[in-house]
Design a protein around this ligand. Structure first.
Ligand SMILES: Nc1ncnc2c1ncn2[C@@H]1O[C@H](COP(=O)(O)OP(=O)(O)O)[C@@H](O)[C@H]1O
Ligand SMILES: N[C@@H](CCOP(=O)(O)O)C(=O)O
Length: 313
């Protein structure tokens, strides 16, 4: 359940009145999502998403995320445009939290994507990379190579509470990444979390790319590696679907080239991405207090992906 901050109805009405979007007629909390509180709001003029940014998002990064979303929307991507208030300001405060209203986009997130949707999603990523090539914003990846190694070291002492083999898996992967990570791959603006639940689709057509709150500047090909892990396995990581992977890469190549160096680095990037999601899930698994309204995601689902990548070499 991702409504951490509950906003009283009268505050919501007053908040909506700051914008030129009509009067509030309905609002409901959205259960999906992990990081922030989201409300679906209907006004006399249309439908919008209201996001209240919770503690895990650094307020200083919000102007970067909102500028990136606007840039991508201006570039023709199906990315929700942040709505400005009557004074031209997209970033607000509500119930003691930074808050923003963004466009509502139609579509649903699928859990078992077809190869056709994988193709469309890969193409959408390629288009996003092309459209953001001239985006001026820069944000370091807190979960980049160094960040992953730091988080790995923090997870190691208690990894055995999740699975007896997990500490060894993390340790050996840290050694591999230290030896093989390449810092010289083409850099760009990456989404960094383009899982199926962050893509809205209708009939194998992508209608929305959402949740830019991990976006950053990093190796462009890493973004495709993230999608490989997120889109091409069963949810528990036990089954790899090669047709999805072929379609994903073909879709990306239809919109953006992959250099020879990027293609050669892909096995390392995929392992790095599997490690990243294994680690953040493990950290949350070990540190989410009982009774928190967050659904913890299974770290072992990404341990299995990591093992698959190792065995595929
Ligand atoms: N612009 C949008 N249009 C339609 N639905 C959206 C939009 N943004 C978010 N949502 C809905 O809200 C849910 C949570 O949003 P998300 O940004 O993924 O939250 P979180 O950052 O907490 O993970 C999504 O799964 C989707 O159902
Ligand atoms: N995609 C990550 C979790 C991040 O959650 P999101 O709702 O912000 O996409 C994972 O699956 O571990």
């Amino acid at each position: 359940m991702a409504v951490y901050t509950h906003v009283p109805a009268e505050d919501l009405s007053a908040f909506v009145a700051r914008y030129d979007i009509g009067a509030l007629v309905a609002a409901k909390g959205i259960a999906e999502g992990v990081e922030n509180s989201n409300y679906l709001i209907d006004t006399t003029r249309g439908r919008y998403i209201l996001t209240l940014y919770e503690k895990r998002v650094d307020t200083a990064d919000l102007p970067y995320f909102l500028a990136l979303m606007r840039h991508a929307a201006d570039g023709g991507l199906p990315v929700p445009r942040p709505i400005e208030d009557k004074a031209g300001e997209p970033l607000q405060e509500l119930s003691g939290r930074p808050a923003c209203v963004i466009e509502f986009l139609t579509g649903i997130s699928v859990t078992e994507p077809t190869p056709a949707l994988c193709h469309a999603a890969g193409e959408a990523l390629g288009r996003l990379h092309a459209a953001t090539a001239d985006f001026g914003g820069v944000r370091a990846n807190a979960l980049g190579h160094e960040g992953r190694l730091e988080l790995a070291a923090k997870c190691l002492p208690r990894a055995g509470e999740i699975d007896p083999a997990l500490a060894a898996l993390i340790e050996t992967e840290m050694a591999f990444q230290k030896a093989h990570w390449r810092a010289d791959l083409p850099q760009g603006t990456i989404h960094a979390d383009l899982f199926p639940d962050n893509v809205l689709a209708l009939d194998d057509t992508v209608t929305g790319i959402i949740d830019f709150y991990f976006a950053c500047t990093d190796a462009r090909a890493y973004d495709l590696a993230v999608m490989h892990g997120a889109w091409c396995f069963s949810n528990d990581g036990a089954v790899f679907y090669s047709q999805r992977a072929e379609a994903l890469e073909a879709g990306y190549r239809a919109a953006h080239p992959i250099t020879a160096a990027e293609a050669a680095a892909m096995p390392v990037l995929r392992r790095a991405s599997a490690l990243r999601f294994l680690l953040t899930r493990a950290w949350d698994w070990l540190n989410t207090p009982p009774g928190a309204l967050v659904t913890r995601k299974d770290p072992m689902a990404f341990a299995r992906r990591l093992l698959h990548y190792r065995e595929a070499e």
